[in-house]
Design a protein around this ligand. Sequence first.
Ligand code: PEP
Ligand code: MN
Length: 360
Amino acid sequence: MLVVMRQEASADAIDRVVTTIESMGYEARPIPGKQRTAVGLIGNDGRVDSARLEGLEGVLEVIAVSHPYKQVSREWRSEDTVVTLPNGTRIGGREIAVMAGPCAVESEEQIVGIARTLRAMGATILRGGAFKPRTSPYSFQGLGEEGLILLARAREATGMAIVTEALDREGLDLVVEYADIIQIGARNMQNYPLLRMAGQSEKPVLLKRGMSATIKELLLAAEYLLAEGNSQVILCERGVRSFDTHTRNLLDLTSIPVVQALSHLPIIADPSHGTGIRSKVTPMARAAVAAGADGLMVEVHPHPEMALSDGAQSLFPEQFEELMAQIRVISQALDRELVAPLDAPGVDDTSAVPKSAEVA
Ligand code: PEP
Ligand code: MN
């Protein structure tokens, strides 16, 4: 960090900057120049409160030389982080992982049925919300724990890994119990107590970019998870608000190569929430893979016209199958490949679900 002094700053003002930096526990190195003096702060561990220096007499500006996030950065760890799920799916390596499923879990028939279909089409991770963060309090809010039990049944039946959202502490404890990946949604990207709790859990976390969050804010949110000891973090670009109303959000595909240069964490794309329009999901999914995404999250519903949430952006299963065929080819052009489909045929045995997990 560099503290740039005003041209007319007195020797006393420069001294005060030096002693303040030292009192904060860092080394200060004045760099006199022809026009002005700058004071270098050495040893910035990400905890420096630059506002304390900005307010001192004679200070023109404070310039950050290093990134405010540490553990998520490439400087901290140069190799890519690879998150491995219990069913063998790896996210962040050469392979491209596909998470697919309905926006919300609605019934056993819906979720187990679509899981079988998606698995046969090559997806290895099933998505489906049990706790839904709906814009309107009158919209379907999700089945809660019953939804998690149904997701666990779908995993039993297909071997797919489960990703589902947690909205609060209670929900997080339940999601940790039932799911393979904890999803932190766009609306909670900056819910710091929730991030800390997820950071203390042993499960991988899928962190979605807030709808008005900068890439720096996304990385700082991920830093909360790593700072608590959880390094199994997957980032997700899901679109940001823009001035254009043609799509629900603006899927910022630039964030993929930008994040990959700055961070070792895997990043996937969600073209469903990123566009909000079914016919735009496939083109943007293809583009995300071409941009280097480590995976996709796609909403697919057996009957989108009857979906209780996000039907307008949900693909029909046949559309998803076609998308899978297309991204298989795109991955090969990039010397990557889709995660291998789950080979063993689905075991249709829900007796393995613990008694306590029976749906009432
Ligand atoms: C979702 O994945 O269903 C969801 C609510 O996404 P987001 O948090 O990105 O809006
Ligand atoms: Mn949705």
